[in-house]
Design a protein around this ligand. Structure first.
Ligand code: ADP
Ligand code: MG
Ligand code: MG
Length: 211
């Protein structure tokens, strides 16, 4: 089984649902170590994406849907996360190219390109207490699952599990990027909001593949 446009659109719809459901939680996390808008930023962006999703033409490819997410998030989400997450989808679109169906290797390439896009834009490393602390373990787990012979759903489930662990692992860290870096040791004990939203988005990818 490979994944096509139906998976991508369901991933987008499920992402919008979970971001809306966790809007207050993400706001609360960002209020603790940022400016309290992360849930609102992403909810506004994904709501705008859902409005535009119906405009995708018949026969649209996975890359077309990912590109729509990218341009919409970049144009509607202010703050750090809009350009960062937008670039992730833009690079993911580039990685899938004109493919109609994505096999396990293509799914790993998509996730890797998304993570690389966030790094290109934000220059964060693992341990900086950012969304990269969810994305990089997810990419590593996805690659390991592919090497172990997992199918697409198995690869995405491994990525989602690792992203959730990565988000939790940001709690004891001092931030070295973004607003939380101004807080020094006061950021310790708080989960990074962007790592949490990234874990939600990656769980949505897995749920969409599980059907
Ligand atoms: P803002 O900080 O501008 O209000 P958001 O609240 O929407 O934007 O997003 C904050 C999140 O962005 C942080 O929790 C962190 O995960 C992520 N972030 C900030 N700076 C960077 C960076 N340079 N690289 C990766 N992620 C970052
Ligand atoms: Mg914020
Ligand atoms: Mg802000």
């Amino acid at each position: 089984m490979s994944l096509g446009i139906d998976w991508v659109t369901e991933w987008i719809r499920e992402s919008a649902r979970v971001i809306a459901d966790h809007r207050v939680e993400l706001i609360t996390l960002d209020r603790e170590i940022g400016d309290g808008d992360h849930g609102e930023n992403l909810d506004r962006g994904f709501s705008a994406v859902i409005q535009k999703l119906g405009d995708l033409p018949e026969g649209a490819l996975p890359g077309d849907a990912l590109k729509l997410v990218a341009t919409t998030l970049i144009s509607t989400v202010g703050g750090a996360s809009g350009p960062l997450v937008g670039t992730a989808y833009l690079k993911a679109a580039g990685a899938v190219g004109k493919a109609e169906q994505l096999d396990g290797a293509a799914v790993v390439a998509l996730l890797t390109a998304a993570r690389d896009g966030v790094v290109l834009r934000g220059k964060a490393e693992v341990g900086d207490k950012t969304m990269i602390d969810a994305w990089t373990p997810a990419v590593d787990a996805a690659a390991a699952a592919l090497a172990d012979g997992a199918d697409e759903a198995g690869i995405l489930a491994a990525a989602a599990d690792a992203a959730e662990q990565g988000a939790k692992a940001t709690e004891p860290l001092v931030a070295r990027k973004g607003r939380a870096s101004y807080l020094g040791e006061r950021a310790i004990g708080h989960r990074d909001p962007g790592s949490q939203s990234s874990a939600l988005i990656l769980r949505a990818a897995s749920d969409a593949a599980a059907g």
